[in-house]
Design a protein around this ligand. Structure first.
Ligand SMILES: [Zn+2]
Length: 339
């Protein structure tokens, strides 16, 4: 009897131990499966993110040197985050030099869009030094008929006699050219990203329609025969040729000169007086010293026509477009021709 009791007691203890062990095992298994599930979820999450990442990277790795390349690309992709403007807003395109970080960014970009004129002589060297293949670049000056800078009567020349004529780089100021540039960028983007080519075509068509409408408005202005006097540099060669405007200016293209000779000042003052002009012009981001001199001598008001080389930091923040800038130029010129 006592033996039985002992036997019974040991069997109860074994049962008890078995219960504890199986309880612990169950818990360990539960923890193990929960941990496994967490690990799988984390791995799955990483996979999902890495699948998304190429799209984002691709969209963010277009670099445009100047405002026109930036603006047209942004209009085509329909996304302001898809393209980076190399020029800092408010800085001068003509004195730009890339920083070491710019060079790294350009080397890593999927597409590098540049204008290719006098102000961007650094580009060819950069592309060669860093072995950047041509198919990853787009030079906008390849897509329009180039004009040389013109030396008009009374203008200061900054060239020696040996200099070959310089191509004017402000190709986008003719809106006919702008449409060609838009088409060239759209074509390149579609080749690089065929999945979105339909969207690019739709967006480009919409922007082209706005540009073509403006082009017609400038053409309609040209029936008025009044001379534009620029007491400044002259980045509007393509513009005046396209729309048939007469002009005189102090310096050709974006000459680095800012000091006009007394002969140039006298010539421009005389033109303003003899044509009885109430307005003279300057361009964006330049000194208004010469314009003020001529304004004081003639009583003509100084207005700014924007050649859209670059935009100010506040305009950059507000997302101003090339079409907005040209609409404002149209408004100023309409007032001028109707005054
Ligand atoms: Zn310029």
């Amino acid at each position: 009897m006592p033996r039985k009791t002992i036997k019974n007691a040991s069997s109860t203890r074994a049962h008890f131990l078995y219960g504890i062990i199986s309880y612990m095992l169950k818990n360990i298994m539960k923890t193990f499966f929960a941990t496994l599930l967490c690990i799988l979820l984390i791995i799955g999450g990483f996979f999902a993110l890495s699948k998304l990442k190429p799209d984002n990277t691709q969209a963010a790795s277009i670099i445009a040197t100047n405002f026109i390349g930036y603006d047209l690309t942004r209009a085509i992709t329909g996304n302001s985050g898809s393209v980076e403007l190399l020029l800092k807003p408010g800085s001068d395109m003509h004195s730009f030099e890339p920083t070491p970080q710019d060079i790294i960014d350009i080397s890593n970009a999927d597409l590098f869009i540049y204008n290719g004129g006098e102000s961007e002589k650094w580009v060819d060297r950069l592309l060669a030094d860093n072995n950047i293949p041509r198919e990853k670049t787009l030079r906008l000056m390849d897509f329009v008929n180039l004009k040389t800078e013109e030396l008009t009567e009374g203008m200061e020349s900054d060239e020696t006699e040996d200099d070959s004529p310089e191509y004017d780089e402000h190709i986008w100021t003719s809106l006919k050219n702008t449409v060609k540039l838009l088409a060239a960028i759209r074509q390149k983007l579609s080749e690089k990203d065929p999945e979105n080519s339909e969207k690019y075509q739709t967006n480009a068509d919409q922007y082209a329609a706005e540009i073509i409408k403006l082009d017609q408005s400038f053409r309609d202005l040209a029936t008025n025969n009044k001379t534009l006097i620029f007491a400044d540099r002259f980045p509007f060669r393509y513009f005046v040729d396209e729309y048939g405007f007469e002009y005189f200016a102090a310096f050709p293209g974006c000459s680095e000169q800012t000091e006009a000779s007394s002969g140039t000042v006298a010539f421009l003052v005389d033109k303003v007086k003899s044509e009885n002009l109430k307005t003279i012009f300057k361009t964006e981001f330049t000194s208004d010293k010469l314009a003020r001199t001529i304004s004081e001598a003639t009583g003509a008001e100084v207005k700014e026509l924007n050649a859209a080389h670059n935009i100010s930091p506040s305009d950059f923040e507000s997302g101003i477009t090339f079409v907005d800038i040209m609409k404002n130029n149209l408004k100023i010129l309409t007032e001028f021709f109707n005054s």
